[in-house]
Design a protein around this ligand. Sequence first.
Ligand SMILES: *[C@@H]1O[C@H](CO)[C@@H](O)[C@H](O)[C@H]1NC(C)=O
Ligand SMILES: *[C@@H]1O[C@H](CO)[C@@H](O)[C@H](O)[C@H]1NC(C)=O
Ligand SMILES: *[C@@H]1O[C@H](CO)[C@@H](O)[C@H](O)[C@H]1NC(C)=O
Ligand SMILES: [Zn+2]
Ligand SMILES: [Zn+2]
Length: 534
Amino acid sequence: MASFPPSTPLHLFLFFSISISISILPISESQQLQGVCGLEWDPALCSTSGKILIKGGTVVNAHHKEVADVYIQDGVIASVRPNIIVSDDVTILDATGKYVMPGGIDPHTHLAMEFMGTETIDDFFSGQAAALAGGTTMHIDFVIPVNGNLSAGFDLYMNKAKNSVMDYGFHMAVTKWDETVSEDMQIMVNEKGINSFKFFMAYKGSFMINDELLLQALERCKKLGALPMVHAENGDAVAEGQRKMIELGITGPKGHPLSRPPLLEGEATARAIRLARFVNTPLYVVHVMSIDATEEIAKAKMSGQKVIGEPVVSGLVLNDSWLWNPEFATAAQYVMSPPIRKSGHDKSLQAALSSGILQLVGTDHCTFTKTQKALGIDDFRKIPNGVNGIEERMHLVWDLLVESGRISVMDYVRITSTECARIFNIYPRKGAIMEGSDADLIILNPNASFKISAASHHSRCDTNVYEGMTGMGKVEVTISGGRIVWDGELKVKPGSGKYIKMPPFGYLFEGIEKADLALLSSLHSPSRIGRSAA
Ligand SMILES: *[C@@H]1O[C@H](CO)[C@@H](O)[C@H](O)[C@H]1NC(C)=O
Ligand SMILES: *[C@@H]1O[C@H](CO)[C@@H](O)[C@H](O)[C@H]1NC(C)=O
Ligand SMILES: *[C@@H]1O[C@H](CO)[C@@H](O)[C@H](O)[C@H]1NC(C)=O
Ligand SMILES: [Zn+2]
Ligand SMILES: [Zn+2]
């Protein structure tokens, strides 16, 4: 497998300039992304024969691990067993002493998103290249409708994603609610491969929907077999908190966490959970950032409710100390919503994730450069919200939870890949190393170390919220769609990523109608039985 000659930067630069304004390109860009395949380059340099044998590694699935060989052909996993014998035209990778695992699936990203008067610096090309360098082989991004129009939003995002270098799926954000939107949801589910919709309980005056509309939305999702997701913060209270901070003259980045404390996240999480229970539908809470929200999810689970909580890497490994940094540029990097919390919340989120109270881990990767963040220099409300993570997630979670001895390697695969594939109904095509699964996998060396820096990462962002962090466990090889796309160098091919349709009525919906029928019949029974008995 040959890599690219060092003469590629010019070509790269031209490629980038298609989608991005040159003025915001970090200078080091051309050094960061080496080896772009396709276009005028000889494709033979880019594709392996399509046949790869990974020998002698510990193959890890969410339910089992064993020392075995993995044989890959035509983009799928053809065989998993010890001592596979192959012919000469097969690329052989020795994985002795290493882990062979399903590539990561990031359930929560924002690439090429227009937000707060600007657009995220990472698009589907640079964000996915970064993901692959960090061992993530699929992500699910959020389509933002165009003026509330879901179909127009879907078309726009399919276009944004056409230079994809790895597989991707879409959630649909719902930014306003009316009959047309409700109708269009059915088209998204039945024709476009979308099986989840995100609703905003925050962002008053723009995306936020009130309880009446949220109830209608939950009912509609249930009927379609689509998973409702919520951004859970009390938007009215956030608006009031922001007003107070400005009134007090607190206009810098610290005003951000001060204006939207954890209790507002706890309140909205509790409200969404109770409304979902009232409707009897499963619920997915995105970016769980606080003890307050985690406790509500734990309580709901103890009562038997189907609630999924998604922590993100920033919430797991960072605390709010950076937000108090007197340097605006430093503090502003860490502004995201809900905010990164005080130390203590991070540890609780780690505990909840390692014990299964929270089931999978995302990033909310949503990157803006220093220049873009400076839009809020005079007013924290105007700082574009978001942090990086798509490249760092697999490494940081490994070091934090596996290297430290808190979870098994199997559980690592579950929370970084398999559970996401199950929830969004694409398992075992994704999230597994099984015969017939897509050949999206990684080889991780537990004895090698990683170091994170904006100087060496593959995102276009000029900062990294995990700057300087180090740890054990290094993704040495990433295979996407049966091709080696990372082996210390990126070998990505624009347009090689596929859109993955996600069918409705995933496992969380099983049994829902039985519970509904039980409730219905209880309504006619002589003794009174409440909803909670259903
Ligand atoms: C990593 O270290 C372990 C324990 O010492 C060893 O068994 C394993 O073979 C090593 N793996 C590699 C790739 O060096
Ligand atoms: C929404 O967008 C689609 C596709 O661009 C278009 O065909 C449709 O007419 C739009 N609907 C409304 C209500 O504007
Ligand atoms: C909070 O984060 C800072 C900066 O990363 C770190 O130095 C500090 O140790 C953290 N505090 C605690 C209590 O973990
Ligand atoms: Zn959100
Ligand atoms: Zn998000």
